[in-house]
Design a protein around this ligand. Structure first.
Ligand code: AMP
Length: 468
């Protein structure tokens, strides 16, 4: 029977595994080494806060696993060859690789701004074309793929487990695929591994003709190159479960003959806004860099992490504002305790209470319960502060420091006088100068801000700013 109920009795870290449909204890293939692969972005635009949810979640999970004594190698791909990038390049009359290189570096900037620092390696698809071709060759040789008029296709009927990972019935898939039946495929549910060259598209040589890879093959080529035929954790947003992850699983297991590609498949719920899932193609997006001009990385991370990772998060500015007020309570206690520690030397050691709260995370990385209990603990420490000794206050500082090392939700002492407060006051001053007609002074302020990397934009009577 399917179950995702909590297994409080079990020891060690447990996570919900989409493959087994239950919360499994994490037992890596090789001792304390965990190899984790997460689907990265398609680089044709700036990333939005929905993408950020997935990346911030895995950043925290990896930090947590590392802090629990695992040696984690965290690999992420970058899709830099894709229809969407080609379309964007056409729109902007630019070279496809220039477009993807630009958005890749902007993606890295956004990751740095959000303090996502745990990824060991980002692998660009275009650098693995040789490995992709080699994998397709093996699939053709073993009868799992065939060459057609417009490309090379994976034959879904050659892999009897197709549909099992995502819990789809193969008959439904076939019925669905028939709607968009394509004469060039042997069967409507087959998917493309290699697309033959079309005018104006990037292409590479292959034994079957010039062209470019399909979407699913890039990930298995990259993971096989770094990890081999199987590895420990495959992650991504739940939107990728079908067809992307299902197809990756089919490709690699057809080659390896193994029971699994990744031992654990971890999926993050969607962040939605208004019309549903936040998505570039729907257009209901808020870019990470826009939100960062109003909220700190710590506020954004806390908002994204303070809920069950498998649940949908409904995004609104109101919810983010409220969450930022809640985070401030933890920050305030941290600032007070840090000062206290500097002045009188607290004893930084956990106690039974902090250990109990920390242990919540072992159970499917339950950040919702964890932060609920942490906030109750923070309130209690505030209430009793006068009566608590160095050991209890030290345990609280220890707990907050540990929390920050995994979630990055606290600003350090130097940064705690928020730079955005300072910039806002400069903008305020500039606006006052403009109101009284002192445009030479307001221009000087704007120039000083710009020299410091702050872009100031006036529109519809409002002034906004962002870091350049
Ligand atoms: P994409 O660039 O659309 O391929 O997405 C990059 C990553 O962000 C993938 O792991 C997606 O699953 C994830 N993602 C995309 N949209 C959302 C969303 N609205 N909420 C959470 N994760 C998302």
């Amino acid at each position: 029977m399917e179950s995702d109920s909590k297994n409080k009795g079990e020891q060690g870290i447990r996570l919900y595994n989409t493959q087994s449909r239950k919360i499994d204890q994490i037992i890596p293939e090789h001792g304390k080494k965990i190899r984790i692969f997460v689907c990265g972005p398609t680089v044709y635009d700036y990333i939005h806060i929905g993408n950020a949810r997935t990346f911030v979640f895995f950043d925290s999970l990896v930090r947590y696993l590392r802090s629990s004594g695992y040696l984690v190698f965290y690999l992420q791909n970058i899709t830099d060859v894709d229809d969407k990038i080609i379309n964007k390049a056409r729109e902007e009359k630019k070279d496809v690789m220039d477009v993807s290189s630009f958005y890749l570096s902007e993606f890295i900037r956004d990751m740095n701004s959000l303090r996502v620092e745990s990824v060991n390696l980002y692998a660009r698809t275009s650098l693995f074309i040789g490995e992709i071709i080699e994998q397709i060759e093996r699939l053709i040789k073993s009868g799992h793929a065939y060459v057609s008029d417009d490309g090379v296709y994976f034959s879904v009927s050659s892999f009897p487990d197709y549909g099992k990972l995502s819990g789809q019935k193969i008959d439904n898939l076939i019925a669905g695929a028939r709607v968009t039946a394509d004469r060039r495929k042997k069967n409507p549910e087959d998917f493309v591994l290699w697309k033959f060259r079309k005018t104006g598209e990037p292409f590479w040589w292959s034994p079957w003709g010039e062209g470019r890879p399909g979407w699913h093959i890039e990930d298995t080529a990259i993971t096989e190159f770094f990890f081999g035929k199987s590895y420990d954790v495959h992650g991504g947003g739940i939107d990728l479960l079908f067809p992307h992850h299902e197809s990756e699983n089919a490709q690699m297991r057809s080659i390896s003959g193994m029971d699994y590609l990744a031992k654990y498949w971890i999926h993050v719920g969607m962040l939605s806004m208004g019309e549903g899932k936040m998505s570039k193609s729907v257009g209901n997006i808020i870019k990470v860099r826009d939100i960062l001009s109003e909220f700190s990385a710590e506020d954004i991370r806390f908002f994204l992490l303070n809920s069950g990772y498998r649940n949908t998060i409904e995004f609104s500015m109101k919810a983010l504002r409220e969450s930022s007020v809640t985070r401030k309570r933890i920050q305030n206690l941290y600032d007070i305790l840090t000062r206290e520690h500097e002045n009188s030397g607290l004893i930084l050691e956990g106690n039974e209470e902090t250990e109990r709260i920390w242990k919540e995370l072992e159970d499917d990385f339950d950040t919702r319960s964890f932060f609920r209990d942490l906030l109750a603990y923070v309130s209690r420490i505030f209430k009793d502060m006068e009566n608590l000794g160095k050991d209890e206050l030290g345990a609280a500082l220890y707990m907050l420091t540990l929390t920050d090392s995994v979630f990055c939700i606290l600003k350090g002492r130097e940064a705690s006088s928020d730079i955005s407060d300072f910039i806002n006051s400069m903008i305020e001053l500039r606006n006052q100068m403009r109101k009284v007609g002192k445009f030479d002074v307001s221009d000087m302020i704007r120039k000083a801000l710009e020299d410091a990397g702050v872009v100031v934009e006036d529109s519809k009577g409002e002034t906004k700013w962002r870091m350049s």
